[in-house]
Design a protein around this ligand. Structure first.
Ligand SMILES: CC(C)(COP(=O)(O)OP(=O)(O)OC[C@H]1O[C@@H](n2cnc3c(N)ncnc32)[C@H](O)[C@@H]1OP(=O)(O)O)[C@@H](O)C(=O)NCCC(=O)NCCS
Length: 190
């Protein structure tokens, strides 16, 4: 049943509060900030040692996937479009006021593949923390791979694959993502 048809019977605000209450009961070791709005279809894999923190008024549009084996922290007022994936085996930190468009993937790990004679699926993972600052816009279908830091106020264009750090205030596009310009008024890249 869609959010809209449920809302025909109970108001959207009540429905969202009920959903938050259910999430708090179902995942007691997660922190759900006040006013979070988690739409239908959330797939949440939260390990017993995982620490998931969502700030206030975070919105996840429908069919989000969150995996948290370590630390996953999302700041206040971040908005995630539909079908986003955020997967932290060790550590992902996202600041406040970020706009994450639809189908974005953010992961802090890859499959390990050093041994050619062993199936990749049996080789475990390699991890490196991902840091995304405040007020960052990741456009549709951006992929952020392990070990990347994206500075405050940066923009990453649609379809980019971010394999290296993006400085504050930069606009980066392409595969792999490269800085094409700085936002007007942004401090010069260091
Ligand atoms: C990144 C973006 C914001 C840049 O906008 P802009 O400042 O107007 O950038 P420009 O059009 O001046 O582009 C600068 C250069 O980057 C290239 N470019 C822009 N966006 C690109 C993208 N997504 N992928 C590859 N190249 C891109 C342009 O072709 C141009 O190259 P050139 O100088 O060789 O001609 C915009 O292109 C974009 O990707 N928007 C995303 C829309 C979206 O996903 N919305 C989701 C809703 S939240």
């Amino acid at each position: 049943m869609s959010d809209r048809s449920r809302a025909g019977r109970i108001s959207m605000g009540v429905w969202r509060r009920l959903r938050r209450a259910w999430l708090r009961m179902r995942f007691p070791n997660a922190q759900w900030g006040r006013g979070c709005d988690i739409r239908l279809g959330l797939r949440l894999a939260l390990a017993p040692r995982g620490r998931l923190r969502l700030g206030e008024e975070v919105v996840f549009e429908r069919d989000a996937t969150l995996e948290c084996g370590g630390e996953l922290s999302i700041g206040d007022r971040c908005i995630f479009g539909h079908h986003c994936t955020v997967a932290a085996k060790e550590s992902i930190e996202i600041g406040h006021d970020c706009l994450i468009a639809e189908m974005v993937s953010i992961r802090d790990h890859d499959h390990a593949f050093d041994d050619f004679d062993v199936p990749i699926r049996d080789q475990g993972s390699t991890c490196a923390p991902v840091r995304i600052g405040n007020n960052v816009w990741l456009a549709a279908r951006v992929v952020v791979v392990k070990g990347v830091t994206i500075g405050d106020g940066a923009i990453v264009g649609a379809g980019a694959v971010v394999t290296k750090d993006v400085p504050s205030g930069a606009i980066a596009v392409g595969v792999p993502a490269r800085v094409v310009k700085m936002r007007p008024g942004a401090p010069p890249a260091q």
